[in-house]
Design a protein around this ligand. Structure first.
Ligand SMILES: Nc1ncnc2c1ncn2[C@@H]1O[C@H](COP(=O)(O)OP(=O)(O)OP(=O)(O)O)[C@@H](O)[C@H]1O
Ligand SMILES: [Mg+2]
Length: 238
């Protein structure tokens, strides 16, 4: 289990996470939801060790990793697909994948090229010449070949065409089936609820709701109360 307990994070004088408490079971997909500015990206960066909590504890399998260097956290198998730019722009597709490649990953380069034939066709092309959707495929491919134990995905469908959203869905399903722990930050509620087992909603740097995805999907009033939006006809994940 990954546990965050009473986390306080600041950017200079600005206090952004306020005694944030949440947990993720091993092998589950947790949807981390919340309005813009709620602190979702900050939470992911804190787990990765890129930001230091001023108070609180982060535990992985019972071990306190709150003050570990980010490289050491990465070595534990934590990886993040960041919001926005997700690839090395001047490197080729093959180089981007090669850097990420971990020989112990359940997924090989061949698996990635099979999943995304477009990437194989463009393997010698610089990443910054790829379309947005192709860059998304590359960032997902990088996440797979890295063989993470815990993957933090920050708004993977943002600005993506329906076909790419569908591919992204497929990749998260593959990760889930392989027993990878996934934290999925999403604005696309239907997408998040179709994959997640549980939901945590943030507001102003705190978790204000935690529950089963099924329950959150079934209760429009919860969606309206915590997100100000609702959606109908949802497919719910495990
Ligand atoms: N580098 C920074 N310096 C100062 N304040 C920051 C910095 N990054 C984020 N913030 C502030 O921290 C708060 C939380 O930001 P964060 O990016 O974590 O939100 P978010 O939930 O990921 O939002 P979004 O859905 O828009 O991506 C916001 O008020 C933001 O303005
Ligand atoms: Mg964000």
């Amino acid at each position: 289990m990954l546990e965050l307990e009473g986390i306080d994070v600041f950017y200079g004088p600005s206090h952004v996470l306020h005694a944030l408490t949440a947990h993720v079971e091993e092998g589950e997909v947790l949807a981390l939801l919340g309005r813009s500015g709620a602190g979702k990206t900050t939470t992911l960066k804190t787990v990765m060790g890129w930001l230091r909590p001023r108070a609180g504890r982060i535990r992985w399998r019972g071990q306190d990793i709150s003050h570990w260097e980010s490289v050491r956290i990465a070595r534990l198998g934590f990886a993040m697909v960041a919001q926005g730019r997700r690839v090395f722009p001047s490197l080729s597709v093959a180089e981007n994948l090669g850097i990420a490649l971990n020989p112990t990953s359940p997924w090989s380069l061949e698996d990635v090229y099979q999943l995304f034939p477009r990437l194989e066709e463009r393997r010698y092309q610089a990443a910054n010449t790829l379309s947005g959707g192709e860059q998304q495929m590359l960032s997902l491919g990088r996440a797979l070949v890295r063989g993470p134990r815990v993957l933090l995905l920050d708004e993977p469908t943002e600005g993506m065409a329906p076909a790419i959203v569908q591919l992204t869905h497929q990749v998260v399903e593959m990760l889930r089936e392989a027993g990878i722990t996934v934290v999925l930050v999403e604005q696309n509620l239907a997408f998040a609820l179709s994959l997640a087992a549980r939901v945590a909603v943030m507001n102003k740097g705190q978790v204000v709701y935690e529950g089963r995805a099924q329950e959150f999907a079934a209760h429009r009033e919860l969606q309206v109360q915590y997100l100000g939006v609702s959606t109908t006809g949802l497919r719910v994940g495990s």
